[in-house]
Design a protein around this ligand. Structure first.
Ligand SMILES: NC(=O)c1ccc[n+]([C@@H]2O[C@H](COP(=O)([O-])OP(=O)(O)OC[C@H]3O[C@@H](n4cnc5c(N)ncnc54)[C@H](OP(=O)(O)O)[C@@H]3O)[C@@H](O)[C@H]2O)c1
Length: 258
């Protein structure tokens, strides 16, 4: 896809992968609307996007009303939309038995309901653009279901399934749907699984590296974007020999203090 001049809505732009994506995308000459709950941090991101045409929108995407207001803002500002990037998300890590159900609901709303609802809301604007694209930021945990990440995994498995189905559904209308699955990344969210990094033998990527391979995949017109890493191999093992993942996670859990 051609990014120069593209009108892009990027959710979860106040930190981490979203901030790095905003910086990378403005280097390519796009016009951006950045969304998040923390306006100060959104403005910090905006200031880092040197020379870019960047607007901010403060909203809580776990709330349907804020998603509708965001769609109104995009329509008013851009009148069409080339790319919707559903990046906003939260990582919750805990044994399921210890998880508050209110937190489960918020995670489902933020990670899964918001991308689905925003896709619905933005579709008329995406259809007005010549290269309408929905880019959903998933996770390796959307392919490999990990203990203590059960609800998070459920949201990302759901997002991957939604992306695959929607890609097929919208192909005839010229809308592309892309699913990206970063592995563990050094962001604020990583604090949630800090104590699992060593027992689960996780390698963490810097957000700039993640943003760079996602934007590269977007430009190349890929349907799915997976980083070249050992986790990519585990995705294959999960599909062909899931029992091996059971054995490995069982060993890893013995090294955890949950
Ligand atoms: N870190 C990892 O290891 C990792 C690995 C694979 C995939 N991912 C995915 O990458 C995406 C970005 O995460 P990150 O690692 O960059 O974490 P992060 O630094 O914590 O960023 C999360 C972003 O989402 C926004 N957000 C969270 N809840 C929101 C809500 N209710 N309404 C609006 N915005 C909300 C946050 O903004 P405000 O706080 O300002 O609202 C923030 O900008 C997520 O979808 C995550 O699942 C992360």
């Amino acid at each position: 896809m051609q990014l120069k001049g593209a009108k892009i809505l990027l959710t979860g732009a106040s930190s981490g992968i979203g901030r790095a994506l905003a910086i990378e995308l403005t280097r390519k000459g796009v016009d951006l609307i950045l969304c998040g709950r923390n306006l100060d941090r959104l403005k910090e991101t905006s200031a880092l996007c040197e020379g870019g045409n960047v607007q901010t929108f403060r909203g809580d995407l776990s709330l349907a009303t804020d998603r509708v207001s965001l769609a109104e803002c995009v329509e008013k500002s851009f009148g069409k939309l080339d790319v919707l990037i559903n990046n906003a998300g939260m990582v919750g890590v805990s044994p399921v038995a210890a998880q508050e159900f209110a937190d489960v609901e918020t995670m489902m709303q933020t990670n899964l309901m918001a991308p689905i609802h925003l896709s619905q809301l933005m579709l008329p604007l995406l259809l007005k653009a010549s290269q309408g694209t929905i880019l959903n930021i998933g996770s390796m945990f959307g392919d490999i279901a990990y203990p203590y990440f059960a609800v998070y995994s459920a949201t990302k498995f759901g997002l991957r399934g939604f992306s695959d189905a929607l890609r097929r559904e919208l192909a005839g209308q010229g809308i592309k749907v892309v699913y990206a699955a970063p592995r563990a990344t050094q962001t604020t969210s990583a604090k949630a699984f800090e104590k699992l990094i060593s027992p689960f033998d996780m390698a963490l990527d810097p957000p700039e590296k993640v943003a760079s391979f996602i934007v590269k995949g977007l430009v190349q017109g890929k349907k799915t974007i997976y980083p070249p890493s050992k986790e990519r191999f585990f995705v294959l093992v999960q599909k062909l020999l899931p029992g091996l993942i059971d054995q490995e996670t069982s060993k890893q859990m013995k090294r955890c203090d949950f």
